[in-house]
Ligand binder design. Structure first.
Ligand code: DLL
Length: 436
């Protein structure tokens, strides 16, 4: 793999500024953001007033803990534009979450917000090893989802040649990678695996393709998956994180030279980690729920937003800004099986250790005889895997999960293509338990 470390001179000065400089900038911006939210969004005025706090109470960064949290239900209650802090005419762009689990969440951006978004995504793409003039195959979905258009803004700001292919039509994805020879690809890790399968289906060697780096996010993925993808494509694989409510992709990104967690672009997004049960900040470096406060957003300021994503904060390495560890999962995706907490990422990790299995999987939950049961659906790595080897692989996976997670599961190894694919975020959990 090529050394893609960006030259120091190409970084934004704030990326490598001293902690004192970063904190001073954060405090100044946080004061502005709290006041902007309080004065322009009735929801924040009420919520601050009810909690007995005022923007003037913020004297230091740690005073932020006095302010109330914002949760997804607050955004839904103010559907569609109630959380906007500027007149609708000044909103240049709207995005929305898919809304499969209820009312969609709507977010807005002013022209300046779009510029800032482009800057943080450009920073993310540069940290991933791309440089002006490189070509980017952008396979995140275009539309209301922030992935496609968010990456596109950053690619423009960095000066890349963008191929806005979006998700889907997998044979064409491979064809254009072969013909256009992009340096980088932006895509969900699960869809990257479908593209990988398509290389094999077309009899092409993915290691011989032009890609130097893949920038994967929008869903949890493990370091075991990183190794699998890096080997399969002979390219770097780095992690990009973000969420619509806070901006979209580009809230945090791994640096290609260290791949040791994601640097949070703290000059725009202030992170905290809290105990999800008590809401109290955890001790430094401890795991908990990630909470974000926007520092510069005009159209849609967001104060202490509970992401439900579980991680820990770590000091900076390749940059001065703090890192978040790779996300373990969302608290919504945590399965409690007979008293044991399980995340899909733990199943992914176990799966990666077993030979003859493809990296595709789904977790099916059912409740026969009032007992919760978990079944892992996965696939044979290729059609030549003999039935006896499939059965052996299933046994090994069940044993590995028993050993590492501590639960007994059934494993089904289907034919190649037997596990449902998605061209965006993978659906990992099929919950067939009766709703009561
Ligand atoms: O998924 C934004 C995005 C697009 C990020 C493309 C990266 C690349 P939402 O659809 O609002 O926005 O979903 C946000 O996805 O709260 C996490 O649970 C999850 N997520 C996003 N990035 C990662 C990641 C986009 N790198 C939700 N690792 C977040 C784990 C991630 N989970």
């Amino acid at each position: 793999m090529k050394d893609l470390t960006p030259p120091k001179a190409s970084l934004d000065p704030i990326e490598i500024a001293s902690r004192d400089e970063i904190s001073a900038l954060q405090l100044e911006r946080m004061k502005w953001s709290l006041r902007h939210a309080y004065e322009n969004v009735p929801f924040y005025k009420t919520s601050f007033d009810n909690a007995g706090v005022h923007p003037d109470d913020l004297k230091t960064l740690s005073d932020l803990a006095k302010f109330p949290f914002t949760v997804k239900a607050d955004l839904r209650d103010n559907y569609p534009f109630g959380m906007f802090a500027v007149p609708r005419e000044q909103v240049a762009r709207i995005h929305a979450s898919s809304g499969t689990t209820g009312q969609p969440t709507v977010v807005g951006y002013t022209q300046r917000d779009l510029e800032n978004w482009g800057q943080v995504v450009a920073r993310s793409l540069r940290a991933s090893g791309l440089k002006p003039g490189d070509m980017l195959h952008n396979a995140y979905g275009y539309g209301l989802f922030t992935g496609g258009l968010g990456i596109h803004l950053g690619a423009d700001a960095l000066g890349l040649t963008t191929v806005p292919i979006s998700g889907g039509m997998t044979p064409r994805q491979v064809r254009l990678i072969e013909d256009f020879k992009p340096n980088g690809i932006t895509v969900t890790p699960s869809y990257a695996l479908s593209i990988l399968d398509e290389f094999a289906a077309q009899g092409l060697d993915p290691r011989a393709c032009s890609l130097d780096v893949g920038i994967f996010g929008a869903e949890p993925w493990t370091n075991a998956m990183r190794l699998e993808i890096e080997q399969a494509f002979d390219m770097h694989a780095v992690d990009i994180y973000g969420l619509s409510e806070v901006m979209g992709p580009g809230v945090a990104n791994e640096c290609v030279e260290t791949k040791d967690g994601l640097h949070i672009w703290e000059d725009h997004f202030f992170p905290e980690v809290i105990n999800p049960e008590t809401g109290e900040p955890v001790a430094e470096g401890e795991q908990g729920e990630l909470v974000f406060t926007s520092l510069t957003k005009e159209a849609f300021p967001i104060i202490r937003y509970r992401t439900r994503d579980l991680t820990r904060l770590l000091p900076g390495t390749a940059r001065s800004m703090r890192r978040m560890e790779k996300i373990t999962g969302r608290s919504d995706d945590m399965i409690i099986l007979r008293g044991v907490n399980v995340f899909p990422t733990q199943i992914e990790e176990a799966l990666m250790t077993v030979r003859n299995l493809a990296p595709h999987f789904q977790i099916e939950l059912s409740r026969p005889d009032r007992m919760d049961k978990m079944r892992i659906l996965t696939e044979a790595a290729d059609p030549s895997v003999a039935p006896a080897d499939r059965a052996e692989a299933a046994k090994q996976l069940a044993a590995k999960i028993k050993q590492t997670v501590g639960i007994s599961v059934a494993v089904d190894v289907t034919d190649v293509g037997g596990v449902a694919r998605s061209d965006g975020k993978a659906v990992r959990i099929l919950d067939k338990r009766p709703k009561h």
